[in-house]
Design a protein around this ligand. Sequence first.
Ligand code: 26V
Length: 808
Amino acid sequence: MNPPIAKHALAAQIEEHLLCTVGVASEDATQTDLMQAVAQVARQQLSQRWVETQAHQRAAKARRVVYLSMEFLMGRTLSNALAALNLTGGAAQGLMQHAQTLEDVADREPDAALGNGGLGRLAACFLDSMATLGLPSFGYGIRYEYGMFAQDIQDGAQVEYPDPWLQDGTPWEFPRAGISYPVRFGGWVEHLNGTPVWRHAGEVAAKAYDMVVPGHGTPLVSTLRLWKAVAPAHIDLGAFNTGDYARAASTKNEFENISWVLYPNDSTPAGRELRLKQEYFFVAASIQDLVKRHLDEHPTLGNLAEQVAIHLNDTHPAIGVAELMRLLCDEHGMPWAEAWALCGKTFSYTNHTLMPEALETWPVALIQHVLPRHLEIIFRINKEFLEMAARHRPGDNAFLARLSLIDEHGERRVRMAHLSVVGSHKVNGVSALHSDLLVQTIFADFADIWPERFTNMTNGVTPRRWLAQANPQLSSLLDGTLGRQWRLDLDQLKRLDEYRLDAEFQGRFMAIKRANKARLAAYIEKTAGISVSPDSLFDVQVKRIHEYKRQLLNVLHVVTRYQAILANPTADWVPRTVIFAGKAASSYHTAKSIIRLIHDVGSVINNDPRIAGKLKLVFVPNYGVSVAEVIMPGADLSEQISTAGTEASGTGNMKLALNGALTIGTDDGANIEIRQNVGDENIFIFGLKTPEVHALRQSGYQPMRYYESLPALKGVLDAIAGGQFCPSEPGRYRALVDSLLWGGDHYLLLADYESYIATQLRVDALYRQPAQWCERATANVAGMGVFSSDRTIREYASQIWNIEPATR
Ligand code: 26V
């Protein structure tokens, strides 16, 4: 590893970059200028590490993993890069002459928010772990000009703004001038003497921009290669030559819009031609790139499967199965059967949701229009697959219809999850429960044919960002107690169990939580304009706004508590601050209505003098990676309350517990494994379990029964529906409440209400005993070792990708 650079040397480098790269006089440098200059210092060293890692892997002809993902929610890079390079102290010192703290300077960096939520952040944690474990690896995605929209709140409602994160340039990308591939679209297929020839109608260039992902505790790095769509040069020139600049610009835009904007919807697949083009665009470029790399090192593609593992992060890159077949057969002359065997050995696929409405399907007619040759390939894959399936269960046509890559109900559509399963040798879910449910539900027929293909890889999070970086104070307590190794071996946290009852440790642990809550309170004051007390219990639900995640159930609890305090103001209430954050997809009306309800309920409660600080409700705007880094360390209670069987895993649950929050949650996703690792007595589990959810729905769920039999629930729903929180427009939440009472309450909020409220009272009881609370919070941190993404990536490497991490 590099020795830490002498501190004065670092200060000198910062000065040099201020002058030569940023172009400002030292005494005029703003915080943003300083951020840029410090970033340049790190960039130089990353560049060095990248070159060395690549040379080493080329020479070793290393087997590599290629992680294809439409989303990488990277957040900021500076603090992580400095920590990985061992430059944090030096950079802080170097900024002292400018009277600036590293924290303030780092805050000037915009987030790289190239993802929606859990799936995208998981990809970012995985890159960190791949680099840290020294796995020869490439992440591939799209260099969106605009990332996840910025959320503003106006009159309590969400308003979306574009996220021009590249506007002022980013110090972290390395444009690779020489790396560009053509990606073709449209046209038709001719069969000349049985040989298919794709006569495409349009072509765009994919240009490579690399982000170097530093490993921690190793000089090795990984690469995130993002593709930008650029109009081919001849298109530009054609219109310019005729002097028709307006037409030149519009043709250029027509091509370049492919990488303009991230689709900000994780509620329903987009179903738009542009989205299909995005998917094919980045997959086609990435596969050309890996094939080129292979042919630089090996004489033929015959051994491609031995040299590369390609992972599909959900179905978004699934068209890659057809694209690799096309490349191998049409462009490299490989026989179909040999190519198909190679494909199956190369691809693997992770499913991230069971929600039927989230499963991607594309109209056959649209694929015919955009990718005619790929459609032929998909039809042939399907034909051979169904012939095999028919031998497995002769005469069962319903079985074949369910398995088919083509959904024949109504408009014919290609089922991308089916293409992914058929094209992969391993398919995994993201928690034990989710992986079980996959083979019992959407993939049951496939598991009947190929039981060994299905497996589980429980998610994890990187402790470097989510503990070391987000929570420096807790980190130094851990360093003093356990040594520094937990960053690379999170199982070390288990040793905290010895300190759970240690009064000195407890005192420090609680003081740190208090300080993190004060920091969060200041952030809330600044961004939401509401003052909250760090001495209240901080009850946190932060995640995308979705009906299945049941933020509305949380609101029902808040209103229940409000009414109970009013009814019994002198009781010994534990003061609580309920904190929400999260974005709603712009077209998801119910989710937006829930955001508005949170604001309306908040303004009534927060301004009711009778409540006198016993309850506050706040919504932190514009949730994202950097906001999460402030919220996670300041939480006492983590709300993980999805209907059992709906949350594939969750990863916020892990980040919160790792920072010492206790979970109140359902028996869902990774909550179950968190319970197993922290112990039943250190977590609050409530509500129906997955089989009970099924049974209740089967037996005919009647939400009205709960309304009629639970007076507190009735009082809450009547207050919300009757406009108590929005007197100027009393009907505002009628539809929301009706969806529960008359619309079937699909996510069973009313069925879980009583158990949830009772469990919240148990939370209060424990919080009244600070030493006991602290002991349990410590048990949560101690139990989180298994939720390091290093463990997850080791499992992928050994059980799916067959790749060796570098030995340490
Ligand atoms: C969720 C839903 C739910 C309601 C209707 C439609 C719909 C569509 C998409 C999604 C989620 C998209 C994929 C995703 O982000 N899944 C998340 O992946 C995380 C990482 O594996 C996991 O922790 C989350 O539980 C899972 O929701």
